[in-house]
Design a protein around this ligand. Structure first.
Ligand code: DC
Length: 347
């Protein structure tokens, strides 16, 4: 039998049933994700709640996340004058074969003040890999592999622009209609969640991971990515997601704009013909028909859009290492990136 370890977490909530459940769900999901835990590895989850939160039990939200086997309990946190109000704290007991020193504690929002030592430690030790490059250069395939091998969190920023595109299309808004897209942005809410080791994209709570992969949504993503309000909103989210953890993030402006301090920056390229060939292969594998000349033309249009736009166009960062994947396998590109990480860590 493995030893148990305990992961700590905390978050603040409003004193309503909805808020207590929503914030608890976010906290628990993040604790599970950051520690890459399967539900069956959780033995017990104990909540303490300050006395000013009395409208709901947080354990209800933990059951909703899927913790149906684990022992759950809620007790009141002792009251100390001047202490942080409206706070839910969690002790997550797990058997995951790791040591207590490997636990990643999660303090969110206002509750970060409870453990400034952890926040400082996390951001100091966090390592970021930025991968930029044109559509079809293999960024996401390679980034997923590197994330798995190094145990990093993978953030696919293209999926975020795709989610905005899908959101607009569904609302009957053309992704090219800047004013209408901007007006609709307030209602846009998306999440990237790791489920069973896979990154999933949720739009208003619906899993759209597959839906955003169509050519139409991709073209719309390239269009909404031209708009400054869209970029500002998504870049802020991307920086928040990267905060304090080891990440590999791919996109067009990661090394130049989103994470300019990333320790490793890669500019991944391949010829347009090779990228079109790969895309045709992908579409055919998914049972879709594809004409090489049309796909090549779409890729060239996306390249033009991405490199000539006014705000944060696709560029190689001055300190990025260029890798041309035209004649390389996925494994070779992965190894090249892991070598760069090793070099940086040993330096
Ligand atoms: O990588 P992808 O095909 O999923 O990206 C979709 C579009 O999003 C792409 O045409 C450009 C845009 N994008 C961007 O402008 N900045 C990023 N960081 C990521 C993607």
């Amino acid at each position: 039998m493995n030893d148990m370890i305990c992961i700590r977490g905390a978050i603040q909530a409003e004193n309503t049933k909805e808020s207590i459940w929503k914030e608890t769900e976010q906290l628990v999901r993040q604790m599970l994700e950051e520690n890459q835990l399967a539900l069956q590895e959780v033995v017990a989850l104990q909540f303490t709640v300050t006395k000013d939160l009395d409208q709901a039990y947080p354990a209800v939200a933990a059951r909703k996340v899927g913790l149906t086997e684990a022992a759950l309990s809620c007790v009141q946190e002792m009251y100390v004058e001047g202490s942080l109000p409206r706070c839910i704290r969690a002790n997550l007991w797990v058997e995951n074969g790791k040591k207590q020193s490997q636990a990643r504690h999660v303090y969110l929002g206002g509750a970060k003040v409870l453990r400034p030592d952890l926040a400082a430690k996390q951001s100091k030790n966090a390592f970021a890999i930025a991968i930029d490059g044109p559509a079809g250069s293999g960024k996401s395939t390679v980034a997923k592999e590197v994330a798995k091998e190094l145990d990093f969190v993978y953030i696919d920023t293209g999926a975020m622009y795709r989610a905005v595109s899908l959101y607009c299309i569904r609302k009957g808004i053309s992704p090219r209609d800047g004013a209408a897209v901007e007006a609709a942005l307030d209602g846009f809410s998306m999440e990237l969640k790791r489920e069973a080791g896979q990154m999933k994209v949720f739009l208003d709570g619906e899993d759209v991971t597959t839906t955003i992969r169509t050519q139409e949504v991709g073209q719309g993503a390239s269009d909404v990515a031209l708009l400054l309000p869209v970029r500002e909103k998504l870049v802020e989210l991307q920086r928040q997601m990267a905060e304090g953890q080891n990440v590999i993030m791919d996109g067009r402006d990661i090394g130049t704009n989103v994470l300019p301090k990333a320790q490793v920056k890669v500019y991944l390229v391949a010829t347009a013909e090779e990228r079109a060939k790969r895309r045709v292969g992908e579409l055919e594998q998914n049972g879709q028909k594809a004409v090489f000349a049309t796909v090549l033309q779409q890729i060239e249009e996306r390249d033009h859009n991405d490199t000539t736009r006014e705000h944060n166009p696709l560029r190689k960062a001055a300190d990025a290492v260029e890798i041309d994947s035209t004649h390389m396998t996925i494994a070779q590109v992965k190894e090249a990136i892991i070598d760069l990480v090793k070099e940086k860590r040993e330096a």
